[in-house]
Write a protein that binds this ligand. Structure first.
Ligand code: NAD
Ligand code: IPM
Ligand code: MN
Length: 368
């Protein structure tokens, strides 16, 4: 029997609740396809800070590196929000594991389940046919540049006033843009052969370099793929104006973070958006949303982004496309039958069709 070791990282907030459903689905699929998935929990985020003062303990990174794939839920929460720049933050654990595993590509597919057309805040005719893939650069850009916060004794600026000062820097090297561009073009070749490269080239030097490199790679290596350049502010608007026109959207780390939450709303809920973070070794799969502290511990979180992240794991790490298709079909059927978690329900949803986190996981398993 084929065996795979999965490093599971529940994290904080709704994390432990939703990852249990992801694991349940993974194990059910394993049984059906005669593959044994052995899931072993490790600490990350606030839970790791509480246990040992470090959001990414060495053992966690080692366990992740040694595993065949990593399944993460979410990190963070008000308990660990602090203005002390020296205090450990849960989010540093997530950034650390992305960097530590070299996960420079983050794929965030935005697809509509027909049954959820009414759950989106956009009109059905606007979201009809939406199927896009955000390719977010994940280990560079504004998230990983030099940063500092200090008290400026000298005083600077127009009025020369003393006070606090802080900066974050956005930096890219040529190879970082080349490799994410190739990932975007490769993805486009398997889809509809179009890449929208999103930048702020009218203002930022990094963006002007980004645009130049994306075009060089595209024109030299992928002449069959169409390239469209779009400024990030305009993209934010076009995404809800004409979402069906987009195929692959490739962009800088923070631009991709913001645009993907926006794009999630096209699907009806942030609770639907899965993601895969890929690099040169172990890959990591996680929902695009966070730890949802406002609903944590209530058993009402939508586990589908987590479950659809398991689908991505089967596709990208284990080449188990049939099993992945099975998960997608099961989710589609459950939604077609009218089952909804709280975030997906609308005025027409009968009360007896609203299920909690475990209920939704059980329904998906029963359709596998
Ligand atoms: P969030 O994504 O946690 O929540 C935003 C809104 O969406 C909330 O109203 C929440 O209830 C809702 N939501 C999110 N996921 C849901 C789900 N599965 N089912 C139902 N509703 C869901 O973003 P936030 O509130 O801005 O951040 C909360 C914490 O999460 C912060 O500490 C942040 O740093 C962290 N965060 C972590 C990740 C991650 O681990 N990948 C991602 C984003 C935010
Ligand atoms: C995400 C999250 C993270 C990010 C945070 C929690 C560091 O928002 O995965 O989208 O910004 O990358
Ligand atoms: Mn985000």
């Amino acid at each position: 029997m084929t065996q795979y070791n999965i490093c599971t990282l529940p994290g904080d907030g709704i994390g432990p609740e939703i990852i249990a459903e992801g694991v349940k689905v993974l194990e059910a699929v394993g049984k059906k396809y005669d593959v044994r998935f052995t899931c072993t929990d490790a600490l990350i985020g606030g839970a790791a800070i509480d246990a040992c003062g470090n959001p990414l303990p060495d053992e966690t990174l080692e366990a992740a590196k040694a595993a065949d794939a990593v399944l993460l839920a979410a990190v963070g929460g008000p308990k660990w929000d602090t203005t002390d720049p020296n205090a450990p933050r849960p989010e540093a654990g997530l950034l650390g594991i992305r960097k530590g595993l070299g996960l420079y590509t983050n794929l965030r597919p935005v697809q509509i389940f027909d049954a959820l057309a009414g759950a989106s805040t956009l009109k059905p005719e606007v979201i009809d046919g939406v199927d896009l893939m955000i390719v977010r650069e994940l280990t560079g850009g504004l998230y990983f540049g030099k940063r500092e916060r200090f008290y400026d004794e000298e005083g600077a600026g127009t009025n020369g006033a003393k006070g606090q000062r802080a900066y974050d820097t956005l930096e890219y090297r040529e190879y970082e843009i080349e490799r994410i561009a190739r990932q975007a073009f490769e993805a486009a070749r398997k889809r509809r052969n179009k890449v929208t490269s999103v930048d702020k080239a009218n203002v930022l030097e990094t963006s002007r370099m980004w645009r130049e490199i994306v075009h060089r790679i595209g024109e030299q290596e992928y002449p069959d793929v169409e390239i469209e350049d779009l400024l990030v502010d305009n993209t934010a608007m076009q995404l809800i104006n004409r979402p069906a026109d987009f195929d692959v959207v490739v962009t800088e780390n923070m631009f991709g973070d913001i645009l993907s939450d926006e794009a999630a709303q096209i699907t009806g809920s942030l609770g639907m958006l899965a993601s895969a973070s890929l690099g040169d070794s172990t890959a990591l799969y996680e929902p695009s949303h966070g730890s949802a502290p406002d609903i944590a511990g209530q058993g009402i979180a939508n586990p589908l982004a987590q479950i659809l992240s398991v689908e991505m794991m089967l596709r990208y790490s284990f080449n188990m496309n049939e099993a992945a298709d099975d998960i997608r079909r099961a989710v589609t059927e459950v939604l077609d039958e009218g089952w909804r978690t709280g975030d997906l329900k609308d005025a027409s949803t009968p009360a007896d069709k609203v299920v909690g986190t475990v209920g939704m996981g059980d329904l998906v398993v029963s359709h596998l």
